[in-house]
Design a protein. Structure first.
Length: 156
């Protein structure tokens, strides 16, 4: 194979690689994706939609909520929210603040988990069995095929 032909092939391969890189998906901003899920949760809560709020949690039997007690399992957590915040007035308006997102890379360098800490405030006119309107939380998130999901929620 002549040298000139090999140079053309190498040049074409470099050009193809450059074009593929230019059309590749933009890098994922994991922290922004988590903040987006939390904004969606806040909006769902504020319209009284507990089921949509729960879409931020991983639908798994080992998903855990730690508050005044420990609840394990997506279904149990959902049932608890429905029981303790039975009406729109009891749910009120939720505000998240002081969000801090810390991405946790594994040994390979890929980010699979994240820890989020912050504050919550409920402005509401009625209380069910939960009287607390303000508190702090720490959330452990997992990057799943369905996006970022909460697998551990410790709110107090």
């Amino acid at each position: 194979m002549p040298v000139r032909f090999r140079r053309v092939i190498v040049l074409l391969m470099l050009l193809a690689g450059t074009l593929c890189a230019a059309h590749a998906a933009p890098p994922v901003d994991d922290a922004a994706a988590i903040r987006r899920v939390m904004a969606e949760q806040q909006a769902a809560w504020n319209r009284g939609d507990v089921v949509a709020f729960m879409q931020g949690y991983k639908d798994a039997p080992d998903t855990t909520f730690v508050g005044s007690s420990v609840r394990k399992g997506y279904r149990q957590i959902l049932a608890s929210y429905r029981e303790h915040y039975a009406t729109k007035a009891q749910m009120g308006t939720l505000t998240f603040s002081d969000l801090d997102v810390r991405l946790l890379p594994g040994a390979s360098g890929a980010v699979r988990y994240a820890v989020v800490t912050g504050r919550f405030h409920l402005h509401r006119s009625a209380h069910g069995s939960v009287a607390q309107d303000d508190g702090v939380y720490s959330l452990l998130w997992e990057k799943t095929p369905d996006g970022w999901k909460i697998i551990l929620d410790h709110s107090s």
